[in-house]
Ligand binder design. Structure first.
Ligand code: NDP
Length: 434
């Protein structure tokens, strides 16, 4: 902790993982040998660089670019790029650390990484976003490769930004090998990749409820966020018969007691993705209640799906959700629940599905995009969706295997952490001290 004193999110993520796997490590002391834990919490490589670009007024702007190559123990570094003013080393190190375990859970051969910039895409013109992406690639390109490091999207980085970066990569390297996933369909992208994290989250939710003999049909669901993950989580939850009553952004939460419909979701997607407008505009247009500056967690619900950002659900929110009768909290975002909130869910025996298991569908489908690119083939929508569902069901089974107690209660957090840890740790031990 001393070495990383100014990195609270990184310390939070490491502490949560180590605390939850500690009883397992004590039973298997071989994992205490060869400096394994010390090596596992130290990224293999950190890259930080200047990104200089010119805005529409001709002014030179300077941002910071980063890539954290956390672990290549089981495959090339893999993890998204995030563009948001809150991006710093702590946030990216926590994300790369988490990504390492998540990728291990998918069963695909992918190591863990993460990157991004403190660039804020909000309010930037199309040309500014493109020039920024290109300027960032002028440095990042030399650290990437199909067998080295393969980034993707994350907050503030969707298909548009990935495509600009992939285009510049191709130009600089004179090679069309797969170094980004989440690309456009016409140049190597995979069907279902845009939907994958949200759909995968709901496949995991379905598996969790089915394990208890329940189903999502007729249940009330709250979603936070209104970006990529939230939009497709809402779509799949509706398709499975749930009533989705909320969506949000950093401006606040829209509350729709009747629930989303496909038409309402289409309008939200148009406003957010094409017109780059806010959830408040959506609420205003549809005459729905809007809670300015608030998250959805004060509203009673059965299933809570935090899909916005880290630490968006604290102990007070957890208490409100528990009082409102929540059965299941499944994380679409990375580390949206604070440590105190997670503890409260465990104490109240609310099912808690951590992001590294529940939102692994995105990176799993990125892995499938890499396979398709390597084969120079494109699979059908049905094939990719079926594989995604298969992977989420298998991650669920793995969590049950490692996380179920004698009374049959499943601690998905320990299950996911232990399963991810065992895979990465065994690979590191086999490869010797390096
Ligand atoms: P998007 O940029 O598409 O959407 C992010 C959403 O979260 C927006 O609604 C945004 O609102 C909101 N948000 C971001 N920061 C804050 C904040 N500080 N306070 C409140 N709201 C905020 O990102 P994604 O949907 O891709 O990612 C959402 C989460 O899911 C992240 O944690 C990401 O790491 C995780 N994830 C994403 C995957 C993917 O495939 N995309 C895969 C696995 C995990 P606003 O517009 O106001 O900023």
């Amino acid at each position: 902790a001393q070495r990383n004193a100014h990195q609270p999110e990184f310390i939070q993520a490491v502490s949560e993982v180590v605390a939850s796997i500690w009883p397992f490590i004590e039973r298997h002391p071989r994992y205490l040998q060869h400096g394994l834990l010390e090596r596992l919490v130290e990224p293999e490589r950190l890259i930080q660089f200047r990104v200089s670009w010119v805005d529409d007024r001709g002014q030179v702007r300077v941002n910071r670019g980063y890539r954290i190559q956390h672990s290549s123990a089981i495959g090339p570094f893999k993890g998204g790029m995030r563009f948001h003013p809150s991006v710093d080393l702590s946030v990216l190190k926590f994300l790369a650390f988490e990504q390492t375990f998540k990728n291990a859970l998918t069963t695909l051969p992918m190591g863990g990484g993460k990157g991004g910039s403190d660039f804020d895409p909000k309010g930037k013109s199309e040309g500014e976003v493109m020039r920024f992406c290109q300027a960032l690639m002028l440095e990042l390109y030399r650290h990437l490769g199909a067998n080295t490091d393969v980034p993707a999207g994350d907050i503030g980085v969707g298909g548009r930004e990935v495509s600009y970066m992939a285009g510049m990569m191709k130009k600089l390297t004179n090679s069309a090998e797969c170094v980004f996933t989440g690309k456009g369909l016409s140049f190597g992208g995979s069907l279902i990749r845009p939907e994958a994290t949200g759909y995968g989250l709901l496949y995991f939710v379905e598996a969790t409820l089915a394990h208890r003999g329940q189903s999502l049909a007729g249940m009330t669901v709250s979603v936070s966020g209104s970006g990529n993950v939230a939009q497709y989580a809402i779509e799949k939850a509706m398709a499975l018969g749930a009533r989705v009553i909320t969506a949000s952004d950093s401006g606040g939460t829209v509350y729709d007691p009747d629930g989303f419909t496909p038409d309402k979701l289409a309008r939200l997607m148009e406003l957010k993705n094409e017109q780059r407008k806010r959830v408040a505009d959506y609420a205003h247009e549809l005459g729905l209640e809007f809670f300015t500056g608030r998250t959805p967690w004060h509203l009673p619900t059965q299933v809570a799906l935090p899909c916005a950002t880290q630490n968006e659900l604290d102990a007070e929110d957890a208490a409100a959700l528990i009082a409102g009768g929540v059965l299941l909290v499944a994380e679409g975002a990375n580390m949206p629940s604070s440590a105190a909130a997670i503890q409260a869910f465990h104490q109240a025996r609310v099912l808690f599905a951590p992001g590294k298991a529940a939102n692994a569908g995105g990176v799993a489908t990125s892995g499938l995009e890499m396979s398709q690119n390597a084969q120079r083939l494109g699979w059908s929508r049905e094939e990719v969706d079926a594989r995604l569902k298969g992977i989420m069901t298998s991650i669920h089974a793995t969590c049950v295997r490692y996380g179920q107690d004698e009374e049959g209660h499943v601690n998905y957090e320990s299950g996911a952490n232990i399963a991810g840890f065992v895979k990465v740790a065994d690979a590191m031990l086999a490869q010797g001290v390096c």
